[in-house]
Structure formats: structure tokens, C-alpha cells
Design a protein around this ligand. Structure first.
Ligand SMILES: [Zn+2]
Length: 90
């Protein structure tokens, strides 16, 4: 199954693409809509909190990818990662 279907590349940093899946965008839209009932500030705070958490996850995963690159471990895809899918450059 191709898990990268329904996802968009939003940036590439250090040669590593960052993609977001449609369900994440749907979560943000839903969160905004749910929060908007209590006012736009409430909605923006909810979306901002999730985006801040997303930024932390992206930084965390970049830590894996860049350390892996430094030590010669090829990480294929953070969304699909599992130890069996990591391989060491020979
Ligand atoms: Zn981790």
C-alpha cells in the first residue's frame, strides 16, 4: 500500500521532503470548525497548538534522519519507518 497517496509535499529541508497527509489537513479544518463555535481566537489557539506539536514532531524526525545520515544509516520514510526497513550503507 502506498501511504504517500493523498499527501502533499509542503517543504524540502536538507534534501528531505516534508509531506502532510490529507487527514492532517482534515484534522486542522475540523479543529478550527469545532473551536470557532467558541470564537475565532479559540479556533486559532487550537489549530496553533496542533501546528506547534506538528513542528516538534518534524524536528524530532529530522533528528533521526540527520543523525542517521551522519552515521551512514539510510532512513527511507519516517511515516513508514520500521527497523526492518532501515538499511546501513555498505
Ligand atoms: Zn523518535
Amino acid at each position: 500500500m502506498n501511504r504517500m497517496r493523498w499527501s502533499w509535499k509542503i517543504a524540502t529541508v536538507a534534501g528531505i521532503p516534508i509531506r502532510v497527509h490529507v487527514t492532517f489537513v482534515a484534522l486542522l479544518v475540523w479543529l478550527f470548525g469545532a473551536g470557532a463555535a467558541k470564537g475565532l481566537e479559540h479556533a486559532a489557539l487550537g489549530v496553533g497548538f496542533v501546528l506547534a506539536a506538528f513542528a516538534c514532531v518534524v524536528l524530532h524526525e529530522y533528528g533521526h534522519a540527520l543523525v542517521g545520515r551522519r552515521y551512514g544509516v539510510v532512513t527511507r520514510d519516517r511515516a513508514r519507518r520500521s527497523p526492518s526497513r532501515w538499511r546501513v550503507r555498505s
